[in-house]
Design a protein around this ligand. Sequence first.
Ligand code: C2E
Ligand code: MG
Ligand code: MG
Ligand code: MG
Length: 283
Amino acid sequence: QAKEAGRNIYRVFTSDMEITAQQQFHYEAALANAIKNNEFFLQYQPKVSCETNEIVGFEALIRWQHPAYGLISPAEFIPIIEKSNLIIDVGEWVLSETTRQLAEWRQQGLPLVPIAVNISGRHLHDQSLVPFVEHITQKYAIRSDLLELEITEGVLTGNTEQSIAAMKELKETHIKLSIDDFGTGYSSLSYLKKFPIDILKIDRSFIGECDSRNDDAAICIAIITLAKSLGLQIVAEGVETGEQLAFLKQHECDVYQGFYFSKAVAAEQIPTLLASVASVTTS
Ligand code: C2E
Ligand code: MG
Ligand code: MG
Ligand code: MG
């Protein structure tokens, strides 16, 4: 097992390892049983206001804890399950766990802030998504605008018209929509105004050196300006240093996420974080 740089998450197979068909088979079978065996769990990364430095939301990030393989990163297993309808089961599990968690925090009297969930292209384009969102928000009596779906830009470039239709249907439930990893997917800018989205997330690859490289700085400024002119909230991901944050504040980015404030944390740590949140929503 190889440790991913800077994180306590492991890869089962390293890229220079030859994987036998049998190993691959066992691995995929283990993934198919992971929901049933309670091996998935969520961590939550705070989203922080650039203006007030307060937590304004969280992003739910899935992790897989396998008894033999150990703790495995979604960057490794999500691409595998995206190849089949298993991604829909996993997406539903994440949506339902997030909504249940919101209801639990409300029960504890905590102020609620929106939680963002990552949704794969296959799930976005599946007819079951809208009814599922309606079902789960009703089941836990959670306002649907407390849920946000993040869709990576790459998903929207292929079947653009189909994506717009799916997103419009979703918006009727009042759920929030955002484009994730923006700037990496070559989406046509003219389409951006046609997507019924609320939030744009600047990809981490532009943030890393935004305070020191002119080209990355220019791209960040352009994306922030674009988002603002379209009336979208702008979020920077992967903020690791005070210098990066200072740059983003100077250029009036709305919200940031990153190791500088906090990595994704266990659900048990959220009540302490939420207790300091000022903007209280009670339903
Ligand atoms: P993403 O949605 O763009 O999530 C951001 C990733 O960047 C997360 O990695 C997060 O831990 C990491 N990150 C956050 N701040 C920093 C930072 O300051 N520096 C660095 N170097 N990294 C930072 P993670 O949790 O490994 O997730 C990787 C990707 O896996 C996510 O990228 C998302 O595309 C996918 N993913 C995660 N959870 C889910 C899920 O529930 N469903 C689906 N479909 N995809 C998921
Ligand atoms: Mg995301
Ligand atoms: Mg992202
Ligand atoms: Mg990403």
